[in-house]
Design a binder for this molecule. Structure first.
Ligand SMILES: [Zn+2]
Length: 292
């Protein structure tokens, strides 16, 4: 069931869950953990578990008469070095249709960044080629992120090998890409803003409708413990110290605006709010089962 934010509707489209080791969460270089680094200690998981569930999902937003898709996961049939992302055959597209959005219904696609797990369903295979999955959609790419991954700039990495060629270039070739410079107004209630660090051009989507606010923050957060311990990062950030600064600034806004936080990878209930507690922040998950 979708959740309402003002007059907008938000729905989660699941691709998969994968296990990730807690021990990968570590302070950014030059920073020390300002408290317990164990997510179990922060109350999010049973003590003693070595892994947490890392959800891969997209957010489907209906606002201002638009159907907007945020972060279209990994996609099927991709050859990827990360085993959990390699050669998938998952019913993500069926789940999108079950949520009432056939590919031709999607008006806007926004990738917070261009890692393989955030833009895979931008395209689907058609014979030997990759073509846009959503034939009517405008695909919005932040310019700094687009430049960061364009192989012509020689700035690629092995983890993200061939993603730009498969998931971005065919969209450009079809004339459906729009390279934007945040802040960028998508519609009356939707704005794209910069949120750099995880990648150079990482961006977020802000929703404001009838006085309610929500932030679709991509990988500015990977795990709820980063609300309490924003200095913790998973490996793979372009600039971990910048990622921490972005996270800290976002926490203040989320608390001040009493906004919803809709990250790309939190396990159930997948979203919530942030509250200041003395000098720190705490994550307040949405009611269990609020989103399947
Ligand atoms: Zn991700």
């Amino acid at each position: 069931m979708p959740v309402a934010v003002g007059s907008a509707q938000v729905e989660r489209i699941e691709e998969q869950h994968i296990p990730v080791a807690f021990s990968l969460l570590a302070p950014a270089p030059g920073l020390v953990a300002d408290g317990p680094a164990d997510p179990a200690a922060a109350g999010h998981h049973p003590a003693g578990e070595a892994t947490f569930q890392f959800s891969n999902h997209s957010w489907l937003i209906r606002a201002d008469g638009l159907t907007v898709l945020v972060d279209p996961c990994n996609g099927n049939g991709r050859q990827r070095r990360v085993p959990f992302f390699n050669d998938l055959n998952l019913p993500w597209l069926d789940r999108l249709k079950a949520a009432g959005a056939a590919p031709e219904d999607v008006d806007v696609v926004f990738c917070t960044h261009l890692h393989s797990d955030h833009c895979g369903w931008n395209t689907v295979r058609a014979g030997e080629r990759w073509v846009p999955t959503f034939p009517q959609a405008r695909y919005l790419f932040a310019e700094a992120e687009y430049r960061r991954w364009d192989p012509a700039d020689q700035h690629a990495n092995q983890y993200n090998e061939s993603v730009f060629d498969e998931c971005v270039r065919p969209v450009v070739a079809a004339g459906q890409a729009r390279i934007i410079t945040p802040p960028f107004t998508v519609s009356d209630s939707l704005t794209i803003e910069t949120a750099p660090g995880h990648t150079a051009g990482h961006s977020l989507l802000r929703l404001e409708s009838r006085g309610e606010r929500a932030y679709f923050t991509g990988d500015a957060f990977h795990h709820p413990v980063q609300v309490e311990r924003p200095e913790l990062c998973l490996p793979g950030c372009d600039d971990p110290v910048q990622a921490v600064a972005t996270r800290q600034a976002l926490l203040s806004r989320l608390d001040r605006e009493r906004a919803y936080l809709f990250p790309a990878h939190f396990a159930a209930p997948h979203y919530g709010r942030v509250q200041r507690q003395d000098a720190d922040f705490t994550f307040v998950p949405a009611a269990p089962g609020a989103l399947a």
